[in-house]
Design a protein around this ligand. Sequence first.
Ligand SMILES: Nc1ncnc2c1ncn2[C@@H]1O[C@H](COP(=O)(O)OP(=O)(O)OP(=O)(O)O)[C@@H](O)[C@H]1O
Ligand SMILES: [Mg+2]
Length: 386
Amino acid sequence: MAYEDAMREAVERHGGRIDADEYLVAVQTILQEQGGSPALESLKTNAFSHRRMVEAGIARVQIGRRKMVWLEEFAESVMNGEAIETGTTAGVSPNVAAPSGGAFNGVERMDAEHYPEHIRQFIPNNTTNFVESDQNEMLNLCLAYEMGWHVMYEGPTGCGKTRLVADFCHATNKPMIRLNCSEGLNEDNFIGYKTLVDGQVVFVEGPALLAMQYGCVLVLDELNAALPEILIKLHSIMDSGTYTLAEDGNRMIHAQPGFMVAACINPPNDYAGVRPLNRATKDRFDLQMNIKYLPEAEEMKLIQRLSGNRNRDLARSLVRMANDLRELKVQRKMSSDTSTRNLITVMQATTKMSVTDAINYTMVNRYDDTERKDVQMAARTRIGDY
Ligand SMILES: Nc1ncnc2c1ncn2[C@@H]1O[C@H](COP(=O)(O)OP(=O)(O)OP(=O)(O)O)[C@@H](O)[C@H]1O
Ligand SMILES: [Mg+2]
């Protein structure tokens, strides 16, 4: 076990928060269990080395006179004004509502009770504590929300686009209504449709109208696959914040404060069959960001945290392998993406099966036939046990 693993484990064994003195003893105990004999004096330097703490994903926290060491994700939760989830080492908080009241990056946190039951259910009930790059994705999303803007995220598959918006909605208690534009989205299941109830014709409001009226975040995945009829409706909603329901006696629907459209798209040049988004649609999104996979050190930490598997050497090898494959894509020698989502699955799988099986069954077979040799080659190069 590497030194940093012992440091992390010392904090995890104490529920994610430990007093600084106890921390040193706990690290010493774990290293002794591994057959080492570290002196407390040398531990004071090594176990508090900033570089090692960053590697281990832990942080020094001082409250009043009390000096402690916390898991980094706990410290982040507190900075975000969220409740700390103890008793879990996996990174996704299990079905916990964010507290009501207060603010998140300057965005007022809603009270879930503000929404009727059928809308409240759309508030995401877990978070991954989204990890920002130096583009400050979360902070900028919060700024955009405050400005009343619509936002668009472009990036390869599994790089965190949808999760960014979901984590924002979780942190602020906002309902997020999510639609995939490529999966048969039409006027009926976007705007709504007429039906007969007890012999009366009634109009059933679709997700777009619900999102407008209850001030929800409307996530449109794969917007570039949307039918022209959907885009026309969307334009008129985004332009005026209103929608005239011709099907229902020209009833006017008004967007309420908090209504925001968040579109997520894959870069059209890189994906066969994906159309570029037309300029008129693109122009209606005020904030546009390109999302990338995280840098090596951050992605390593993320996949360990979200998989609950703390094998740092494996995480490092997997991320390097992924970056080799992503480079092949840049060079147009491969067309598939290697997503962070996939790396998390491999990390989880290795707790139940051999590294070779995990890579073959949860990774290699996802690639096109012609690409699998390259994936196996990358695995052999980067992963000792493969
Ligand atoms: N920066 C990040 N912070 C937190 N989680 C991330 C980050 N990047 C990737 N992930 C994780 O990767 C996984 C995939 O993320 P997500 O579903 O948001 O991808 P996406 O970009 O929307 O992909 P797609 O284009 O396929 O819809 C999730 O488990 C998410 O938590
Ligand atoms: Mg997505």
